[in-house]
Every structure is written in C-alpha cells, then in structure tokens.
Design a protein around this ligand. Structure first.
Ligand code: AP5
Ligand code: MG
Ligand code: ZN
Length: 225
C-alpha cells in the first residue's frame, strides 16, 4: 500500500480536501481527529479522558493515537479497491513521525507523498469561526465559505451539523501553537527524501482540490477511478 499524509495547520482544509480526493485515488481517509470524535461519543472512562485533552486543544498521548489510527487502517483496508491511506492529522510531533516510519517499514508499505497545505494564519482564524461538522460522517462545512444546501444538514449523508467543542478561541490558539512548534518542523525531515509537495491552500476549495489531484496523479502509480 502507498500512503499519503496531509500536513497543514488547523483550518487549512485537510478534512475538506481529503473527503474529495481520497475516493478518487482508492485511498481510505483516516483522520485521527475524526476517530477521536467518534471515540468521545462513547460513554467510557477513556472517552472522558480524551475529551478533557481534546477540549483544551492539546495532543492525545502518542501511543494511544497510533493505536487508534492503525486499528482503523486494518479494519478499513480489507476492500480490494483500497490502495492505501490518506492520513489527515498524523503525525503531529517527532515521536509520532518515528512511529509512522517504523510502522510503514514493518508493514512493507510506503509513504508516497506528504502534501503540505499552506494557508496564512489570519485566514485560518476566519475559517475556524463558522465551521460546521457533520455528526455522522465528519464532513466540514462553513457558514459563509462552504454552506450546506439545507441549513444544519449534511449534503453528503443527511446528518446533523454541529460546532466542534475545540473550535473555541482558546483551544484554537493552543492547537495553532502546537502545530507551528511541533508539527510544521517535521516537514524538514521529509523534504530531505523529496516527498513533500507544497500546495497553496489559500484559494477556492475546487482550485485546491485540483492542485492536490495534480500532485497525487504524479506520484501514485494507480489508475484513477
Ligand atoms: P483534528 O480534528 O485533526 O483538528 P485540527 O488538526 O485542529 O485540524 P482541523 O480539522 O481544525 O483543520 P482542517 O485542516 O481539517 O480544516 P477543515 O477542512 O475542517 O484534531 C482535533 C484534536 O484531536 C487535536 O487537537 C487533538 O486533541 C486530537 N488529535 C488529532 N490528531 C492527533 C494526533 N496525531 N496526536 C494527538 N492528538 C491528536 O476546514 C476548516 C474550515 O475552513 C471549514 O469550515 C471549511 O469549510 C473551510 N474551508 C476549507 N477549505 C476552504 C477554502 N479553500 N476556502 C474557504 N474555506 C475553506
Ligand atoms: Mg480536520
Ligand atoms: Zn455527513
């Protein structure tokens, strides 16, 4: 399997773009944030612990995050048509980058591309205020920039739209600090192997999709569906 990682700050459009792009390349969209939002909906001690960390905008422990990610990959990669994973939200620090490298090597798979979605910080704040998420499928909408056809209802699955509990000014500031301190520096490590592709994310949603599809068409040796 050939995997792709999306790296970009909070509000860059990782989730928005992954939903469009992953099915076209036979990739399963694995978003650690989405996996945690499902986990938090359960009534367990673990859910309660994750919720406390998540609502502050802090990182959930590395080992737990990796387990949640790879369990999900194993559950969803059975289908014949799956060529790899589009990983959105992992890795976010040096320890997670090592876990990813080791796991991919141990599984005899490859990391084919890292797509870095670049958006200026002031634009990010505007996007995160006004974001709406589908409770059922996790798709992102925006009150102004990407509204659903019917207010409060997901276009894709009919699910209910809600505002994420970590889209508060305090948690957004914390998440952006962690991104610029711990996640963005990981790009240096991958740039050395020539797999980083910088994409301008400060454009219309469809234009960004087209740029990412151009990149992936060049690096994934798979037929487009
Ligand atoms: P996660 O859910 O991954 O959140 P995030 O990293 O904060 O990223 P976002 O989902 O906010 O940004 P996005 O780039 O997906 O933006 P979107 O497409 O929605 O993680 C949440 C939490 O889970 C973490 O804080 C942590 O606690 C935990 N966690 C997750 N992974 C972890 C890990 N590896 N280790 C430890 N803990 C982890 O777009 C944003 C908005 O902009 C939307 O409203 C959208 O409609 C709009 N928009 C998108 N594109 C455009 C465009 N081109 N023009 C105009 N508007 C646009
Ligand atoms: Mg997201
Ligand atoms: Zn939905």
């Amino acid at each position: 399997m050939q995997h792709v990682v999306f790296i970009g700050p909070q509000g860059a459009g990782k989730g928005t773009q992954a939903a469009e792009v992953a099915p076209k390349f036979g990739l399963v969209h694995l978003a650690t944030g989405d996996l945690f939002r499902s986990l938090m909906a359960e009534d367990t001690t673990l859910a309660q612990e994750v919720r406390t960390i998540y609502d502050r905008g802090d990182l959930v422990p590395d080992e737990l995050t990796a387990r949640v990610l790879f369990d999900s990959l194993d559950r969803r990669s059975d289908a014949e048509s799956v060529t790899g994973a589009l990983i959105d939200g992992f890795p976010r620090n040096a320890a997670q980058a090592r876990i990813l490298d080791d796991s991919v090597a141990a599984r005899d798979e490859t990391l084919a591309a890292v797509v870095h979605i670049v958006v200026p910080r002031d634009v990010l704040m505007q996007r995160l205020t006004g974001r709406l998420i589908c409770r059922n499928c996790g798709r992102s909408y925006h009150e102004t920039f990407n509204p659903p056809v019917i207010e409060g209802v997901c276009d894709a699955c009919g699910g209910e739209l809600y505002t994420r509990s970590d889209d508060t000014p305090e948690a957004v500031a914390r998440r952006l600090d962690i991104y610029f301190e711990q996640t963005e520096p990981l790009l240096d490590h991958w740039r050395a192997s020539g797999i980083v592709h910088d994409v301008d994310g400060d454009a219309g949603i469809e234009d960004v999709t087209a740029s990412i599809e151009d990149v992936l068409s060049g690096v994934l040796d798979t037929d487009r569906n």
